[in-house]
Design a protein around this ligand. Structure first.
Ligand code: 13P
Length: 259
């Protein structure tokens, strides 16, 4: 199964809509100058909600080959949910993706596995591809070992949602923003366990088709090691996605190593 690698930039709560326009423009030019083949390695950005309309307008007006999504969505379609954003609204903006269950939402907004499952179902319902984030804390890894918590978190989603196109991002909490990335071996081990979980719940075909990303302190200097692994299909990049040159270099990972 040939899975197109996905390099995804999660901007988190950074860059307002004016900065977003400049950043996406610069990213597109940088990749164009480097003759980046977007069919070979897909590039997507995940700006804050207030930037999405500007990013959409720029991408569609200039026909840029960059894809985009939101960082969260509501599990509900509409109604009395102050501050929340419906998947229907994101679909109306032509967003292709939406991140669900990022560890920062799980810890700061109390999102449970069940909420993450409901949000995943809402994304699928509205034609968005959910990027489902899973991963263990350092403590959980010590107590329960590798490959357990992430698979358990994903299991709740897989049980609640009919097979559909999703992306899974394995993001160990201890590696996020810490500068201490997982090793390529660790990422491979977890991503392979996640793929086995998908095979058990949704079947081999779905498992072979689903892209599993690694996230946590990804940089241009370590990306090639992750992408050499058979079960790592891309990266969810935080801090390094705010630096256009660095993010473009991550998307150009094949060039660094002749992959
Ligand atoms: P960093 O790349 O800054 O570690 O963040 C990873 C992340 O949380 C992406 O969603």
């Amino acid at each position: 199964m040939n899975r197109t690698p996905l390099i995804a930039g999660n901007w988190k709560m950074n860059l307002d809509h004016l900065q977003a326009i400049a950043t996406v423009q610069k990213l597109a030019w940088t990749l164009k100058d480097a003759r980046h083949d977007h069919d070979d390695v897909e590039v997507a950005v995940f700006p804050p909600f207030t930037d999405l309309r500007s990013v959409q307008t720029l991408i569609s007006a200039d026909k840029l080959p960059i894809r985009f999504g939101a960082q969260d969505l509501s599990q509900y379609d509409s109604g009395a949910h102050t501050g929340d954003v419906s998947g229907a609204f994101l679909a109306a903006l032509d967003a292709q993706y939406v991140i669900v269950g990022h560890s920062e939402r799980r810890t700061m907004h109390g999102e449970t596995d069940e909420v993450v499952a409901a949000k995943t179902a809402a994304a699928v319902k509205h034609g968005l591809v959910p990027v489902v984030c899973v991963g263990e804390t350092g403590e959980q890894r010590e107590e329960r070992g590798a490959g357990v918590v992430a698979v358990e978190q994903l299991q709740v989603v897989l049980d609640a949602v009919q097979p559909a196109e999703i992306v899974v991002a394995y993001e160990p909490v201890w590696a996020i923003g810490s500068g201490q990335a997982a090793t390529a071996d660790q990422a491979q081990e977890e991503c392979a366990a996640i793929r086995r979980g998908i095979a058990a719940a949704w079947g081999e075909e779905a498992a072979a088709a689903t892209r599993v990303l690694y996230g946590g302190s990804v940089k241009s200097g370590n990306i090639a090691g992750f992408l050499r692994e058979p079960d790592v299909d891309g990266a969810l990049v935080g801090g390094a996605s705010l630096d256009v040159q660095e993010f473009a270099a991550i998307a150009r990972f094949r060039q660094h190593v002749g992959l």
